[in-house]
Design a protein around this ligand. Sequence first.
Ligand code: ZDP
Length: 279
Amino acid sequence: MRFTKMHGAGNDYIYVNCFDQPPPENLPELARRLSDRHFGVGGDGLILICPSQGADARMQMFNADGSEAEMCGNGIRCVAKYVYDHAICRKHALRIETGAGVLALDLEVADGRVRRVRVDMGQPILEAAKIPTTLPGSPVVNVPLLVAGEELRVTCVSMGNPHCITFVDRLSDHWVLQLGPKVELDPHFPKRVNAEFVEVISPGEVRMRVWERGSGETLACGTGASAVCVAGVLNGRTERKILAHLPGGDLELHWAEDNHVYMTGPAVEVFSGEWNEER
Ligand code: ZDP
């Protein structure tokens, strides 16, 4: 099986082109083995790039623990870059099918290669039952959540996948590495949850770190940054347009007047290889 390693702001996945080879079998197990940074290729998960009925391509994504997620904001930019750069579809506006519906993407091309992509991430889902969370309120904004004996104030947003956002005065390992995994597995989130911790620098700029459902801390999370953009407005902390600094790079977010969130960020190809693990 041939694969390509790509990342968006350091959120790295192993991409498999299923236009020119059959889709691999046993995907959760394969995702775990490929993602292993010592015994495998190394990555935050596995993403398949597949033919689609109604769109230009379809993506299917698995976290490093083998669980399947509906959407991946950094991944979809890389899928768009792959589809364009490898001449599967040579259009500057692409439509890509995900577990969260078909999304529209605008490609920034320089010297024949995609550098940045703007994604229409669709409308945020704020209804508690649809996120899903059993926390009170709908929307769930600035609600107390007790984890590991500490009371957080959380805001919940789904961008196709679930997010739980906490604004903090100062980002630290404690928030992300100690409380992140507790938030992920808290019983108020029946499908588990991605946990974002955010420090507001100014109404137009935030610093954030993410503990991802199924993958642990990653260097960036596109759906998470989109959810943070919405949460900032709901809490009166940020404007509708923000620059988010993540450990692996920056993303631009805009919760526009049409209620859609637009995310712009980089997409980078690193290497290709052949997976023929001895077992
Ligand atoms: O929802 C989940 O289980 C996430 N771990 C999926 C991956 C989200 C991602 N980091 C993103 O950029 O949106 C890839």
